[in-house]
Design a protein around this ligand. Structure first.
Ligand code: C2E
Ligand code: MG
Ligand code: MG
Ligand code: MG
Length: 296
């Protein structure tokens, strides 16, 4: 690909204008033209990716991940449209919509008397520029009468670089209201430790993908081991995402990691599938057995 993305801007890296670049620019323009209608037409939806407790194999909750069911282009993943919507500010509208849809789902589970696990939602670094963000969350959980601890909030680590003071303030106010804050993509940014020193989060979320960029598997393993150990010292629960293989799962178990999320256990799935998984899981004794259920 001739495109290189630098600080949210596309640069032509090798001077050649190719088809894929052309397509990308066309996509970008059509996404922008269609976004408001798409929101009105409810073309955005979310999948749920289960999170598991390694030891017991039980589902402990899920992460809501947005998708765009486009009438012409079909199913579109967030990596294609979120950067565009972050640049033009539409992301806040989209995120507020998704957060509300998640609250509706939690409400319906409560009404049905289901066993309820929390769902985490993603907050874009751009959303943090909204001065009413905390107020929005307060009104949202009130409107649907949902306990704040059921709507977990994933904040990407890189947001800290934009505005450290604001992150500290916002996370504190949300926590006082009972929300759980997860620090997403921990370790992938440039100021992870600084961030950890200043921001009081409830859960660290480490993405295995950033460790896989290197061939030194032992080195990656040592780093992960150290992060898990550091989290223990700080009495911070940790969840590792991006777990794809049995070996990774076993390694995580051996270093005492409690919570996991990844394709090995389950891909993000539609709501109904998630509800079935929860029902099936009740019988499973072990996470490997759970994984078998997911893969069968
Ligand atoms: P994220 O929040 O770090 O979410 C994890 C991403 O990794 C998801 O991609 C998930 O499907 C993927 N993933 C999970 N397990 C594995 C695995 O084992 N291997 C691999 N290779 N990938 C795995 P997805 O759904 O494409 O979302 C990508 C990113 O888009 C998310 O990263 C998040 O930053 C953003 N995003 C998704 N939904 C929303 C949303 O509603 N609002 C905002 N602001 N951002 C969102
Ligand atoms: Mg996330
Ligand atoms: Mg992540
Ligand atoms: Mg990520």
């Amino acid at each position: 690909l001739a495109l290189k993305k630098v600080k949210g801007h596309y640069l032509v890296a090798c001077g050649e204008y190719d088809e894929s670049m052309h397509q990308r620019l066309l996509d970008e323009q059509s996404f922008i033209n269609g976004m408001n209608e798409a929101l009105k037409n409810r073309e955005f939806l979310f999948y749920l990716q289960p999170k598991y407790e390694l030891a017991g194999g039980k589902i402990i909750g899920a992460e809501a991940l947005v998708r765009w069911l486009h009438p012409q282009k079909g199913f579109i993943g967030p990596n294609r449209f979120i950067p565009i919507f972050e640049q033009n500010g539409f992301i806040l509208n989209l995120d507020k919509y998704i957060w509300e849809e998640v609250c509706k789902l939690l409400r319906s589970w409560m009404d049905e008397g289901r066993q309820i696990q929390p769902i985490s939602v993603n907050i874009s670094r751009v959303d943090l520029y909204d001065n009413d963000l905390v107020g929005f969350f307060a009104r949202l959980v009130k409107k649907y009468d949902v306990p704040p601890r059921l709507l977990e909030l994933e904040l990407t680590e890189s947001a800290y670089i934009d505005n450290p003071e604001k992150i500290v303030e916002i996370t504190q106010r949300l926590q006082e209201m009972g929300f759980i804050i997860l620090m997403d993509d921990f370790g992938s940014g440039y100021s992870s430790l600084n961030m950890l020193k200043d921001v009081n989060v409830n859960v660290l979320k480490v993405d295995l993908k950033f460790l896989q960029n290197t061939n030194h598997n032992n080195r990656s393993g040592q780093i992960l081991n150290s992060v898990v150990h550091m989290a223990k010292c700080l009495e911070l629960p940790i969840i590792v995402e991006g777990v794809e293989t049995l070996q990774q799962s076993e390694f995580l178990r051996s270093i005492g990691c409690n919570w996991v999320q990844g394709y090995y256990y389950s891909k993000p799935v539609p709501i109904e599938t998630y509800e079935k998984l929860i029902e099936q899981m009740d019988g499973a004794k072990d996470v490997e057995e759970s994984a078998e259920i997911c893969h069968s």
